[in-house]
Design a protein around this ligand. Structure first.
Ligand code: ATP
Ligand code: MG
Length: 734
């Protein structure tokens, strides 16, 4: 009979138990996905407390996300049977911020220092670069920030940047700029995000008494996701562990997916060297996934060369589950529909929405799924990010469109009038507001009048005039060439797209992708008005719905999590593996993409559905998408292919061919592919198709009547949405 209070050990297999009970001395748990590494860490934490080896506040536990910290706190509490309080449990940054408050004076700050957000950081750095008379056009501040952040990731203070490590950015003055930036931060009693780790590590390095204090305090150190620590985090851990040597790190080299943020998987390899006599425990039984899921993931990751090599077998009794699905679809709309249908099916079978996830490679991919889920009334959340239409760049671009459509939209106009920066300052804005109020006219009209008079200062006046000339041009363009061309041109000519191209922050490429996706979305609507109305409805979607939701997130954000049913869409060359990885060439970045695929598949407990579309719309044009090479690397015996031969046919065309339908077209190339011909052909209306006058129902636009038929396209006069061209596959007779 298990002694009350120790039955938590009974829930472990012998290797896991060994890892939990070997409390003293350095320990590395090196094991594949789903083998219980996090469970070991949590149980170990509880075990230390239950056996009274240390008080709760004497254990330092590092997780990769705040969410993981919260889960670990809950699990420890559950094992203890009481709330766990006063714990040193959190992410590297959260823990460092807390420590730094106690010792801020060592780095010239006071304990009330502020942590700057990224906007403030950039503003400060620009000031510093301006003061150094650097040409910010030639050396954008964002690039400088990236250099500084890399140094911080590596634990290099300005004094530690050796000539060999210096960067040639900013005319070889990067190190000097870094130093100036740091002293400006000090003068403001502020720290940026990277400083939290950097300062604390520096203090531990240079202040033996502070270090000794922490050695006394932290008797045990626990680290999850060790493969993704960067150099400064590694240094910090090593310093803290030098006291008791009671450090336990768990990790999986196959899940190292943050090298682009400075993570060094070599830290795992160094563990034995740094901590002589370290014990290594390997876990081989996976308790998360069914056998086919595991087989698919293992087979795929075996293609990577730089691996430590681990065995992974299933530890579940009910392991023989369904095969991994690989579904081929025509385009992303069809892909979203497939995912929606399967979610509804699963729901009917009793699967909770909380047990379902859609994991994407790039943030922009969430849009089509969000729209589908909204249409179906399925609640969802975007984990670790914002819903598509709430993202800043999408809101900005939408504001441009609203002004294009409706010049009197004051809120929209105010949002874009100085985005990107055009030198229209607060003074000019006040003038506009005053004019608008006095004359009782919309802001944009007042602004336009001001822009034509001498009342306004020359610089903002010219900028305003350019903007208004732009809007008249884009409105004319919309009449001539349609809304897709007009919007794409507007975003380019207004300088908005350029603003993000100039931005060298890590998020900027994703924002540009989102903007492209937005233009794609517009192409799905006949008019700009229709699109704006659609988005307004989408945004209205009930936010406060209680209960379980489907999770949408990037593969990066999914690390450590698990779900019964996992969708992995968009497995196409250029999307996954991502184009940036392909452009970089070399096997290193490709191997990291493959590890991401491994992380993705291994999130699934019971069912994984991988999919790819044969066609993607690029700025209103269609282009054929080549199925991801990772699909070829899945074991044929463990997967089941579905959804026709779209993939096969797309593969026959080795170059991504662009469908030109006489310019921008919102027409799908489906028929063309089926005919095996790569140009548009006229085709008689098919027998049995919808006759003119037929009342129909369309999933997005509702009820309407067919007014014309052309091949597989129908002109429909919708009762709510007005005249639209739709594909006959998407309407039903009503
Ligand atoms: P990842 O590499 O994805 O972070 P992990 O190694 O941290 O995975 P856990 O999340 O700890 O794995 O465990 C995976 C799943 O297996 C969890 O649902 C966990 O509760 C379960 N599990 C772990 N060990 C056992 C065990 N001995 N018996 C039954 N279930 C277990
Ligand atoms: Mg884990």
């Amino acid at each position: 009979l298990a002694i009350p209070g120790t039955d938590y050990l009974a829930k472990l297999n012998p290797e896991q138990r060994e890892a939990v009970e070997t409390v003293d001395g350095p320990l590395l748990v090196l094991a594949g996905a789903g083998t219980g590494k996090t469970r070991v860490l949590t149980t170990r934490f509880a075990h230390i407390l239950m056996t009274r080896r240390a008080f709760p506040n004497r254990v330092l536990a590092v997780t990769f996300t705040n969410k993981a910290a919260k889960e670990m706190r809950e699990r420890v509490s559950a094992i203890l049977g009481r709330p766990a309080e006063g714990l040193w449990l959190g992410t590297f940054h959260a823990l460092c911020a807390r420590m730094l408050r106690r010792h801020a004076e060592y780095v010239g700050l006071t304990s009330s220092f502020t942590i700057l957000d990224t906007d403030d950081q950039m503003r400060l750095l620009k000031q510093v670069m301006d003061a150094a008379a650097l040409d910010l056009k030639r050396w954008p501040a964002q690039g400088m920030m990236a250099v500084i952040q890399r140094w911080k990731d590596r634990g290099l203070t300005p004094a530690r940047v050796t000539p060999a490590e210096d960067s040639d950015y900013a005319n070889n003055r990067a190190r000097q700029i870094y130093e100036d930036y740091q002293s400006r931060l000090r003068a403001l009693n502020a720290a940026d995000f990277g400083d939290l780790m950097l300062h604390m590590t520096e203090i531990l390095r240079s202040q033996p008494d502070v270090l000794a204090q922490y050695h006394r305090m932290f008797r045990y150190i626990l680290v999850d996701e060790y493969q993704d620590t960067n150099t400064v985090q590694y240094l910090w851990l090593r310093l803290l562990a030098q006291g008791h040597h009671n450090i336990c790190c768990v990790g999986d080299d196959d899940q190292s997916i943050y090298s682009w943020r400075g993570a060094e998987v070599e830290n795992i390899l160094r563990f034995e060297k740094d901590f002589p006599g370290a014990k290594i425990v390997r876990l081989e039984a996976n308790y998360r996934s069914t056998r086919p899921i595991l087989a698919a993931a293992s087979h795929l990751i075996a293609k990577n060369e730089g691996r430590l090599g681990k065995t992974l077998r299933t530890g579940r009794n009910d392991a023989e589950g369904e095969k991994v699905r690989v579904v081929s679809l025509w385009d992303s709309e069809e892909e979203a529909r497939m995912v929606g249908e399967r979610i509804e099916q699963a729901q009917r079978k009793g699967v909770s929405l909380g047990e379902i996830a859609i994991l994407v490679r790039a943030g922009f991919q969430t849009r089509s799924f969000e729209e589908r889920l909204i249409t179906l009334g399925i609640p969802y959340r975007v984990v670790g990010g914002q819903k598509f239409y709430e993202r800043a760049e999408i809101r900005d671009a939408m504001a441009y469109m609203r002004v294009l459509h409706q010049p009197s939209d004051d809120l929209a106009f105010e949002r874009i009038v100085n985005t990107p920066k055009r030198g229209i300052g607060d003074g000019a804005l006040q003038q506009m507001h005053l004019g608008a109020r006095e004359q009782g006219i919309p802001l944009a009209i007042a602004a336009e009048r001001l822009a034509r008079t001498e009342v306004m200062r020359a610089k903002p006046r010219t900028a305003m005039r350019e903007l208004f000339d732009g809007f008249s041009r884009w409105r004319a363009l919309m009449q001539r060439e349609g809304h897709v061309v007009a919007v794409a041109t507007m975003l380019d000519e207004s300088g908005y797209t350029e603003m993000w191209k100039q931005d060298k922050s890590a998020e900027a490429p994703g924002r540009l992708e989102n903007l492209k996706e937005l233009v794609r979305a517009i192409g799905e609507f006949a008019t700009l008005e229709g699109f704006l109305e659609h988005v307004a409805l989408v945004m209205e979607n009930d936010e406060n719905a209680e209960g379980a939701r489907v999770s949408l997130m990037t593969l990066h954000a999914a690390k450590g999590l698990e779900f019964d049913l996992v969708f992995l869409p968009g497995w196409e060359e250029g999307l996954f593996p991502h184009q940036r990885a392909l452009d970089e060439g070399g096997t290193k970045s490709l191997e990291e993409e493959r590890r991401l695929a491994y992380v993705g598949i291994t999130r699934a407990r019971k069912m994984a559905v991988i999919s790819h579309a044969a066609n993607r719309r690029v700025y209103g044009n269609w282009s054929a998408a080549i199925p991801s090479r990772f699909l070829e690397e899945l074991p044929p015996g463990e997967i089941e292919r579905e959804g026709g031969g779209a993939a096969q046919r797309a593969r026959m065309v080795n170059a991504p061919s662009v469908f030109t339908h006489g310019g921008i077209s919102s027409q799908r190339p489906a028929r063309v592919i089926e005919a095996g011909a790569w140009e548009v052909k006229e085709r008689p209306a098919r027998a049995g198709a919808m006759p003119v006058g037929q009342r129909v129902f369309h999933q997005k636009f509702g009820y309407g009547r067919v007014t014309a038929v052309e091949d597989d396209r129908l002109e429909v006069d919708f009762e709510k949405a007005g005249q639209k061209r739709v594909l006959d596959r998407f309407v039903e007779k009503a």
